[in-house]
Ligand binder design. Structure first.
Ligand code: ATP
Ligand code: MG
Length: 285
């Protein structure tokens, strides 16, 4: 579905992506996890043909998108039609209504009026915004704007949805609501490529996760495999002023360790943050 080979991106003085290789399967929810500046948005911009790579190749559903540029004459319209994009920063037209924002997107993809209006009704109900159809975007809350961006990206029924930090800046309740929506979109057969620096988001949603750090992919695997490499249980120890967890394969081993020490520890399950930390030595956020 998404195939990336030896992808490099060099901005003037920054080697933002270094030999990225990825293969995302049809119907998969793939999370691209990394700290600020790791190269997440750059990758999404290349995969959605908004930026050209310096070298390497990218194909989506068999369409080669390298160097296709944004031209309705080239075959990039075909590859673009495969993709829906929810960019990191909100780029809705604030002075227009919810309905108008979706209509403009439909027009861009040459949808006819009745097809457009049917899709708008369907999507607004899907993202729980039917009652805000006539509201101006500037009157919506942050969470509503994110949901509208997702609806907009789904207007032309893409087979792959790219979500660049879809829940950044939202409260925990709204984040969970959007997670539910993302799961629902995947269940309908859409392949999803999501970037995030929220560990729990990747852990909760992803079939597979890539750890990205300063332009390099460190590992790609399922969240459960990444965590079980370390063990099942963790104890947090403060050594000097650094938290250094120790990992155990079973609870008994952990309890024996606690009994042998003079301190009190809290036993917890290993999480994806542990896996990231152990590979990079740094936290994602
Ligand atoms: N248009 C640009 N010109 C020059 N450098 C850029 C440009 N866009 C990104 N970069 C640099 O490339 C690197 C990767 O940036 P990118 O935006 O892809 O990271 P990110 O993982 O999305 O980070 P964040 O979590 O902050 O969104 C950074 O060092 C950034 O400064
Ligand atoms: Mg980004």
């Amino acid at each position: 579905m998404i195939k990336v080979e030896n992808l490099n991106k060099i901005y003037k003085s920054v080697h933002a992506l270094k030999d990225i290789n990825l293969h995302v399967k049809k119907g998969e929810l793939f999370a691209y996890l990394g700290p600020n500046g790791a190269g997440k948005s750059t990758t999404i911009r290349i995969l959605t043909a908004l930026t050209n790579p310096t070298s390497g190749s990218v194909s989506i559903n068999g369409f080669d998108i390298k160097n296709s540029g944004f031209s309705f004459k080239s075959n990039s319209i075909k590859s673009r039609q495969q993709c829906g994009l929810v960019p990191q920063s909100i780029n809705l037209d604030q002075e227009l209504s919810v309905y108008e924002n979706l209509t403009i997107h439909g027009l861009l993809f040459r949808m006819g009026k009745s097809e457009r209006n049917k899709k708008i009704e369907e999507l607004l109900s899907y993202v729980d915004l039917s009652s805000r159809k006539e509201s101006l975007v500037k009157e919506l809350s942050g969470g509503m704007k994110r949901r509208l961006m997702i609806a907009r990206a789904l207007m032309h029924s893409p087979s792959v949805l790219f979500l660049d930090e879809p829940t950044v800046g939202l409260d925990a309740g709204m984040r969970r609501k959007i997670w539910g929506l993302i799961k629902k979109i995947q269940q309908q057969g859409t392949t999803i490529f999501l970037t995030t620096h929220y560990i729990e988001e990747a852990e909760f949603l992803a079939d597979r996760v890539a750890f990205l750090d300063t332009g390099t992919i460190l590992v790609v695997d399922t969240p459960s495999n990444l965590m079980s490499r370390l063990g099942t249980w963790a104890l947090d120890r403060l050594i000097e002023d650094k938290m250094e967890p120790i990992y155990f394969n079973n609870r008994e081993e952990a309890n024996n360790y606690i009994a042998s020490q003079n301190e009190s520890f809290t036993l917890r399950r290993v999480n994806l943050e542990d896996a990231f930390l152990s590979m990079t030595g740094k936290k994602v956020k």
